[in-house]
Ligand binder design. Structure first.
Ligand SMILES: NC(=O)c1ccc[n+]([C@@H]2O[C@H](COP(=O)([O-])OP(=O)(O)OC[C@H]3O[C@@H](n4cnc5c(N)ncnc54)[C@H](OP(=O)(O)O)[C@@H]3O)[C@@H](O)[C@H]2O)c1
Length: 241
């Protein structure tokens, strides 16, 4: 993806240790950005400065963003990508599971956005891309907590886009369907474990839940993120499903 130019930008990406987040981090580095990759377990690689951060913990976020700024200057772009998923019927959705998913997917997105908004406003420029999901737009069985968290991310994106419209900031969301990562593999394993279906059958079931009938490639999601980072659209949801 060499058709994007992010020279001069400092991009912070949460959940950059694997999957979609790591692929976005690599694309940003290839486009010339300085990249801070935040995750609980990430290790640095050329072009990506990995910082330890748990987005469900406000103090951890404050420390990681302070270190990122000390090393590389103000953050001009943020990709809120860190997320977790788990499925359970409502009656077996424990308080802990609910809180963990909301804290990571929704409160983490709020806290990280609030952490960078001051420096973006001061500069009169900023980009925030939130990784939501089609589960942020539609309901589906057995994922009440995940679905609620991602609907929250969409609401948060719309509210911030309205609040900062016209100030040089743009805030958008991406809504992928099932995408080829570890998270999707977990869903495959869970279907196999619960139903006795083969892995291939489980993958076919997940693909059928995407409107395209296909599993989405990580590269497709990366392109969407790069378009938001380099463009000036605001308050939009890009559905890639
Ligand atoms: N794959 C899909 O089918 C799909 C579909 C729609 C939306 N999405 C969304 O896309 C995003 C990325 O998903 P993925 O498929 O790439 O997942 P993944 O392969 O499981 O990677 C998740 C990333 O989030 C990080 N993370 C999880 N909890 C964290 C925490 N508390 N603090 C900091 N980082 C944390 C993980 O790093 P550490 O474990 O090292 O912290 C990892 O880097 C998520 O928001 C997910 O909901 C995925």
């Amino acid at each position: 993806m060499t058709d994007f130019d992010l020279h001069g930008q400092h991009v912070a990406i949460t959940g950059a240790s694997r999957g979609i987040g790591l692929a976005i981090a690599r694309a940003c580095a290839a486009a010339g950005a300085t990249v801070s990759g935040l995750s609980r377990a990430g290790t640095s690689e050329p072009g990506i400065d990995a910082l330890s951060c748990d987005v469900s913990d406000a103090a951890s976020i404050a420390r990681a963003f302070a270190t990122a700024r000390e090393r590389h200057g103000p953050i001009t772009m943020l990709v809120n990508n860190a997320g977790i998923a788990a499925s359970a019927p409502l009656g077996r959705t424990s308080d802990e599971l609910w809180q963990q998913i909301i804290a990571t997917n929704l409160t983490g997105t709020f806290l990280c956005s609030r952490a960078v908004i001051g420096e973006m406003r001061a500069k009169g420029f900023g980009r925030i891309v939130n990784m939501a999901s089609i589960a942020g737009l539609y309901g589906a069985p057995y994922i009440a907590a995940y679905c609620a968290s991602k609907h929250g991310v969409i609401g948060l994106t719309r509210a911030l886009a309205a609040e900062f419209a016209g100030s040089g900031l743009s805030i958008n969301a991406i809504c992928p369907g099932y995408t080829e990562t570890d998270m999707m593999q977990q869903a495959v394993d869970q279907i196999v474990g619960h139903t006795g279906a083969s892995a291939e059958e489980a993958r076919a079931q997940l693909a059928a839940m995407n409107p395209s009938g296909r599993i989405i490639e990580v590269a497709t999601v990366v392109r969407g993120a790069m378009e938001f980072l380099t463009g000036d659209r605001n308050g939009e949801e890009l559905v890639l499903a």
